[in-house]
Design a protein around this ligand. Structure first.
Ligand SMILES: [Zn+2]
Length: 423
C-alpha cells in the first residue's frame, strides 16, 4: 500500500513537473525556438533509432513461467512479469535469450532431463506464434528474423551443472539451438567455481577447460556471469572465442560478487567480449544492496531460499519475490531504485572499455527490476537517455544489440575453423 501511495504522489509530482516544463517550453519557444526543437528532436530521433535497431536481451527467466503456468501465453499481454510478445513489441525488443535454469544442486541425469524439458518448452511456446517470433541459432538468422519483423528467440543454459558432467550433452544442447552456457550458477559445479559458493577448484578444472573448448567447437558462447573471478580468468585464457557476461553489472558502482570489477571488464573487452548489464536492484545500487542484505541476508541467499520454497513453480517464485520486496519497502527497509541506475552502469562500462563491449542482459522475470524498467515495454527509455548523454547513433545500436550479434558471429567463426581443422 505504501508503495502505491508513493507512486500516486510521484505521479502527482511528475504531472506538476510536466506542467512547469510545458510552461517554460512555451516561453522558450518564443525566445529560443532552437533549443525546444532540439529537445523534441532527441525524443523523436531516439524513438526512430530504437525501433530500427536490433534490441537483444541476453538473459530472461521467462522459461520459468512456461514451466509453472500451463496457461501462460506468450502472445497475451500480462500486467505481471516482464516479458510477453505484446510488451516486447511495444518496447522494440526483437531478440531474447530464454534462460534454461534449474537449481544448481540438481545434478547428473536429472539435471539433463530437466534442462531438455525446458528447451522443449521454449521451442513449443515460440512455435505457437510463427508470425511474431522465431527460434534462431545464428547471427544471420537473427538478422533475417529482424528483416521479417519477427522477434528472434534464442536460448542460454544458465549453469554447467545441466550437462551432468557429460561433455556430449554440450553437443546435444548446441544441436537443439542453445547459444550460450553459463559455466556455473549459485553453486560450484564439479568443474567450475561459482562467485556465490566457497571456491574448491581454483577456477576451472581440466575437465572444465575441456568443456569451454567443446563449447567453442559448437559455437556456444561462453558465459561468465555467476562464475568466480578465477573461473572467469581461466575461461578467458582457454576460450578461442570472445566471452560474454550475459547478465552482470559493474562492481565499481555496486560492490557485488555477481558484478564485474573494472579489471575484469577490461580483460573481457581486450579479447572482444561484452558485458551485458543486469537490471537487478541489488546488483546496480549499493544502498539497496546493503539494505537488502541487512534485511534478508543478501539477494543471492534470499532468491535461493525462495527458489527452494517454490521448487519448479516459477509463478510462486515471482509472487513470493514481489511480496517480500513490497513488504520490506512498506517497512521502510529498502530504498527506491530507478531505471537511471542501469544507464549509469552502461555509461561506466562504456567509459572504461568503449561502446563495442557493452550490452543488455536484464534478468527480466527472474529479479527485482528498478522503477521505470519493470518490463520489456520500457526499453526505449534507455535509448533516449543514451542519446541525451551525447552517444552517437552507431554506439547506441552496438549497445542495444549489435555487440551481441558480433560476439555470436565470432563464436560461429571459431566453431567453423575448429571443425575444419579437426572434423
Ligand atoms: Zn542469473
Amino acid at each position: 500500500m505504501l508503495r502505491e501511495a508513493w507512486m500516486r504522489s510521484a505521479r502527482a509530482i511528475a504531472t506538476f513537473a510536466i506542467a512547469v516544463v510545458c510552461l517554460f517550453a512555451t516561453n522558450a519557444l518564443v525566445r529560443t525556438p532552437r533549443a525546444t526543437v532540439s529537445a523534441d528532436d532527441i525524443a523523436a530521433r531516439a524513438h526512430k533509432l530504437h525501433f530500427s535497431s536490433y534490441v537483444i536481451d541476453t538473459h530472461d527467466d521467462t522459461t520459468q513461467r512456461f514451466l509453472s503456468k500451463s496457461s501462460f501465453d506468450l502472445g497475451k499481454r500480462y500486467t505481471d512479469g516482464s516479458i510477453d510478445i505484446p510488451r516486447m513489441r511495444e518496447g522494440g525488443m526483437n531478440g531474447i535469450f530464454f534462460s534454461i535454469w534449474i537449481d544448481g544442486k540438481t545434478m547428473g541425469p536429472e539435471a539433463i532431463r530437466q534442462a531438455l524439458d525446458q528447451i522443449d518448452l521454449v521451442r513449443t511456446n515460440v512455435a505457437k506464434y510463427p508470425n511474431d517470433i522465431v527460434l534462431c541459432r545464428t547471427s544471420e538468422e537473427v538478422r533475417r528474423a529482424h528483416a521479417e519483423n519477427k522477434i528472434a528467440a534464442l536460448m542460454g543454459v544458465e549453469g554447467g551443472h545441466m550437462i551432468g558432467n557429460d561433455i556430449h550433452i554440450v553437443n546435444i544442447f548446441a544441436d537443439l539451438g542453445v547459444r550460450y552456457m553459463t559455466l556455473s550458477h549459485f553453486y560450484n559445479t564439479e568443474w567450475s567455481d561459482s562467485s556465490t559458493d566457497k571456491p574448491v577448484h581454483n577456477g576451472l578444472t581440466d575437465f572444465g577447460k575441456e568443456v569451454v573448448r567443446e563449447m567453442n567447437r559448437d559455437g556456444i558462447m561462453v558465459d561468465i556471469s555467476h562464475v568466480s573471478d578465477k573461473t572467469f580468468y581461466d575461461a578467458l585464457e582457454v576460450s578461442k572465442a570472445p566471452l560474454i557476461a550475459s547478465h552482470s553489472s559493474c562492481r565499481a558502482i555496486c560492490d557485488h560478487v555477481r558484478d564485474m570489477s573494472d579489471d575484469m571488464i577490461k580483460a573481457l573487452a581486450a579479447k572482444g567480449g561484452v558485458i551485458q548489464i543486469n537490471y537487478e536492484k541489488s546488483f546496480i545500487d549499493q544502498t539497496y544492496k546493503d539494505a537488502y542484505a541487512k534485511a534478508t541476508g543478501g539477494v543471492v541467499q534470499h532468491l535461493d531460499e525462495l527458489k527452494k520454497k517454490c521448487g519448479d513453480d516459477g509463478e510462486c517464485f515471482e509472487r513470493e519475490m514481489k511480496k517480500a520486496e513490497e513488504q520490506l519497502i512498506a517497512e521502510g527497509k529498502l530504498p527506491h531504485v530507478t531505471w537511471e541506475k542501469v544507464v549509469e552502469h552502461i555509461d561506466h562500462a562504456v567509459k572504461l572499455v568503449g561502446a563495442d563491449h557493452v550490452g543488455l542482459g536484464s534478468d527480466f522475470d527472474g529479479a527485482n527490476m528498478p522503477e521505470g524498467l519493470e518490463d520489456a515495454s520500457k526499453l526505449p527509455i534507455i535509448t533516449e537517455a543514451l542519446m541525451r548523454k551525447g552517444y552517437s547513433d552507431a554506439d547506441i545500436r552496438k549497445i542495444l544489440g549489435e555487440n551481441t550479434l558480433r560476439v555470436m558471429a565470432a563464436a560461429e567463426k571459431v566453431s567453423t575453423e575448429m571443425k575444419a581443422q579437426n572434423p
